[in-house]
Design a protein around this ligand. Sequence first.
Ligand SMILES: [Zn+2]
Length: 299
Amino acid sequence: MKRVFAVLFAMLLLIAAAAAETVVTSFYPVYLFTLNLCEGLDGVTVVNLAAPDFGCLHDYQLTVADMKVLSRADVFVINGADMEEYLAHVRGSLDLRTVDASGMGTDRSVALIREEDGETEFNPHIWLSVPNAKIMVCNIADGLTEAMPQHADAIAANRDAYLCRLDALDAELRGRSDALGRREIVTFHEAFPYFAEAYGLRVVAVMATEPGEALSARELMDLVREERSLAEELGYPPPLFVEPQYTGRAADAISAETGAAVFRLDPCVTGPADPPLTYYEDVMLQNMTVLEEACGGDR
Ligand SMILES: [Zn+2]
């Protein structure tokens, strides 16, 4: 009898193992959304492909280890909107079920902002507006449901609960951004146009479009000149916003020359490997606290 149970138990384990699903995400923001949707799903593992400290995927190259992870994926969730350019090179060699969170090219697409002089057609930093994040969550939920129909009810419940939290986040961000005294910001990476559009800010200059790009003395002087002319136009030097993922040396140099204050906005592309489910909300609220400090005062 004992033996029969042992055999049955072993068979159950095998069935459980066979039913296990691996969801791979391309990078951090999509990882955060997918973790929320897969919370509590039996046998479903979410794996983030890019290291949690890698940042945006603008120059990402797939490694052999990445290809192995992808070959075992039941579904691959990407940001879309030109963020995962590397996929163009492996499309033919990988048989992969891909879910594009941006919905680009479908009637469920986020409203994309064109890049002015970037290397891609659209600006890919879509997740930094909460209305866009909600569309992404719905698109990911649809893709996951198609790939794992046995979890449809749980995914739908997770989606609805998360959308409620994102609505509350959006309302709070709108309320607090309405009360900001000033609207003009200068950034160092083309990451914030969607955020600015959603919350009534104006990105008056992007000082360097490539992350981590080293600037020559001459380029730095050009940026100082630009900040000075903005200060003249606005009547004050607009605050400079660096990101935790990139060095702030150029900002410090411009600040020393112009008196502009330096602050830090987080585009939520890096974070702990095992983040709390509220991590995206936490980062967005912290960004608003920084903006209040930088742009507060009477309108
Ligand atoms: Zn970026």
